[in-house]
Design a protein. Structure first.
Length: 389
């Protein structure tokens, strides 16, 4: 490999959210990779730092071309010129769009279990969360179309907040699924906010379908959030974009983001995004291969050493979704027990809403050494858990 993924930067004492843990603890929870960023991004940021004046920045054609060229080349989707709006982070964009595209007290539909911050965004904006639980059968997830239509046809429903690829279940949504979602939303006058920041972290050879690419209907009723932050491990730089080919909706999006003062580019986030899309592809390919190998190793270990744990089949993200229903009915206490007994810090599934209660989420975007260590700790903890029952 041309890039280094086995040897990790030491993040202890760096004010890292992920690694603000106790001595000897192993953090494999929040969606934050441990890998050093692509050297191309690092060198560009170093050059930027050496300018020594960190003032306002200008969005120019290079920024727009970086996004549009990447989506055309990588995802076979042409983002129209002039349809992109800068956003100072994914969550900031979600909050702003919820505020602008719905009214207080209206419903925002989500497909659960889903990214836990969706719940906070909806609540903080004074809207109601309407959960449509995904069907879980024999280790696979399916959309409950009857329940989804029930939620969308509610007169108080104005938005569907979608996660594509889906976190935490770790799979891309198929084109036919996206088309059907779009048709239902059009039928009931619902706008889709599609969070697609995990789109570049798929298994090698697996492509994702942008929601807007699924059909003209999907394109015209959606606000699509895209960013290099997850794929290139630059989430702390707070850089993203929102696009829609619908001119009327684009104006609303632009007013929302500008009105909330989050459409002004970050001095460092701007250049990082450009360099990621222009020069980061080789690093991304090697990172995806490394994470895929970590996933294969973890699946083999779980099948061999932890037969009561079911690893949900995935083709996207670096977050493994583990069914621990044979150990408990609600995994919060189990996650706390694992951390207390072994120092392994995982995410419990209940925080992701209905359907997540019997799961744990494991972040494998780290060194193979840490994956081996984490799985060993997990086995130790589960053996101890069974011994106390």
């Amino acid at each position: 490999m041309a890039y280094e993924f086995d040897n990790l930067p030491n993040r202890a004492g760096t004010k890292s959210l992920k690694w603000e843990v106790g001595e000897g603890e192993l953090a494999m929870w929040v969606a934050d990779m441990d890998f050093a960023v692509a050297p191309e991004i690092y060198e560009a940021l170093k050059t930027r730092l050496e300018e020594r004046v960190y003032g306002y920045s200008v969005l120019d054609e290079q920024w727009e071309n970086a996004y549009t060229s990447w989506w055309k080349r990588r995802h076979n989707y042409e983002i129209k010129k002039g349809s992109l709006t800068y956003a100072g982070g994914t969550l900031a964009a979600i909050n702003s769009l919820i505020r602008k595209l719905s009214a207080p007290g209206e419903n925002v539909v989500i497909l659960t279990p889903v990214y836990n911050c969706f719940f906070y965004c909806i609540k903080n904006m004074g809207r109601n969360t309407l959960s449509c639980e995904l069907r879980y059968e024999e280790g696979e997830y399916f959309i409950d179309w009857g329940n989804l239509e029930f939620c969308l046809k509610d007169p108080q429903t104005s938005l569907l907040l979608l996660c594509n690829p889906h976190n935490p279940i770790g799979r891309t949504l198929r084109k036919d699924e996206l088309m059907r979602i779009g048709e239902l939303c059009e039928k009931y006058g619902v706008i889709v906010i599609s969070d697609e920041v995990h789109c570049d972290i798929t298994e090698p050879g697996v492509n994702y379908t942008p929601f807007a690419a699924a059909s003209e209907v999907c394109a015209n009723l959606s606000a699509n959030i895209i960013a290099p932050t997850k794929a290139f491990n630059i989430a702390g730089l707070q850089t993203a974009a929102v696009f829609t080919p619908n001119p009327k909706l684009h104006k609303k999006i632009s007013r929302a983001l500008n009105g909330d003062d989050i459409a002004e580019p970050s001095f460092f986030g701007l250049i990082a995004a450009i360099v990621a899309f222009e020069r980061g592809e080789a690093w991304l390919e090697e990172m995806r291969a490394y994470v895929s190998a970590n996933r294969a190793f973890a699946n083999e270990f779980i099948a061999r050493e932890l037969p009561k744990v079911r690893s949900v089949a995935q083709n996207a993200t670096y977050l493994m979704w583990l069914d621990v229903s044979e150990y408990c009915d609600e995994s919060t206490k189990l996650a706390n027990f694992i951390r207390q007994k072994t120092g392994l810090f995982l995410s419990h599934g209940a925080q992701y809403g209905k359907g997540g209660e019997k799961f744990l989420r494991l972040n494998i975007a780290t060194s193979r050494k840490n994956v081996i260590d984490g799985l060993s700790r997990l086995k130790t903890a589960l053996d101890l858990w069974e011994g106390q029952i």
